[in-house]
Design a protein around this ligand. Structure first.
Ligand SMILES: [Zn+2]
Ligand SMILES: [Zn+2]
Length: 222
């Protein structure tokens, strides 16, 4: 890096960018833009997927990014999750099949985790860096959950996977091409659809019976 003469003369240390292994999404997005049809939030356009060749390029792009992250990981860092993602992407690249990709709108709609809810030392599972190393962490929690029967009411409740949190920059490329949670592989949009259907059913039920218990359950666990 060329030194700034002013900084050298005045003995000022050049301002070095913060060392981070987090991927730079800008190059990914410009490449993605060329591969995918115009993004649209309308459901009629959602099924217009890219060609198999474009898909292969997309998976290669994400694969390269994940491989770079794994290769840059310091010794002793657990890269098992990353290794699993890489192996899956290798298969996807050979047999491209757009099953559950998310759109940019879907990414924008993911729940953000406020900085004060991030714990000291809590790591992003993908880049394995501490969320709080970043002064302005942009962390999302995915909507995946476990289905359980509430013993008190006998009703089905969904317990959210609170630990399935990622830097948006790290999980974005995977979600845009795969659409599943990197940790539990639940379809992120399936969760969204389930919620939408649940809301519609609840509205119908409420129209019949205003005292619907489901609302109380959601108030406690939702
Ligand atoms: Zn990360
Ligand atoms: Zn998950």
């Amino acid at each position: 890096m060329a030194s700034n003469p002013y900084e050298v003369e005045h003995g000022i240390k050049p301002s070095a960018p913060r060392q981070t292994r987090r991927p730079d999404m800008s190059s990914f997005h410009s490449a993605l833009h060329e591969l995918l049809p115009e993004p649209s939030s309308s459901s009629s356009n959602r099924n217009v997927g890219p060609t198999p060749d474009a898909l292969r390029s997309l998976f290669t792009l994400v694969l390269d990014q994940m491989t770079a992250l794994r290769n840059q990981a310091p010794a002793g860092v657990d890269t098992e999750l990353l290794q699993g993602l890489i192996e899956e992407l290798v298969v996807d690249r050979e047999h491209p099949d757009m099953k559950g990709f998310l759109t940019q709108d879907d990414l924008d709609a993911l729940d953000r985790v406020p900085k004060k809810q991030l714990k000291q030392g809590e790591l992003c599972p993908i880049c394995t860096e501490a969320f709080l190393d970043d002064p302005y962490p942009l962390v999302v929690v995915l909507p995946c959950s476990d289905e359980r029967i509430d013993p008190a009411t006998g009703l089905t409740i969904h317990v959210k996977h609170e630990k399935h949190r990622f830097d948006l920059e790290c999980v974005g490329p995977w979600l845009l091409s795969k659409g599943s949670c990197p940790m539990c592989r639940q379809d992120v949009n399936a969760e969204k659809k389930r919620k939408e259907i649940g809301n519609q059913e609840r509205k119908k039920a409420n129209a019949v019976d205003d005292e619907d218990e489901q609302d109380i359950v959601d108030g406690l666990y939702g």
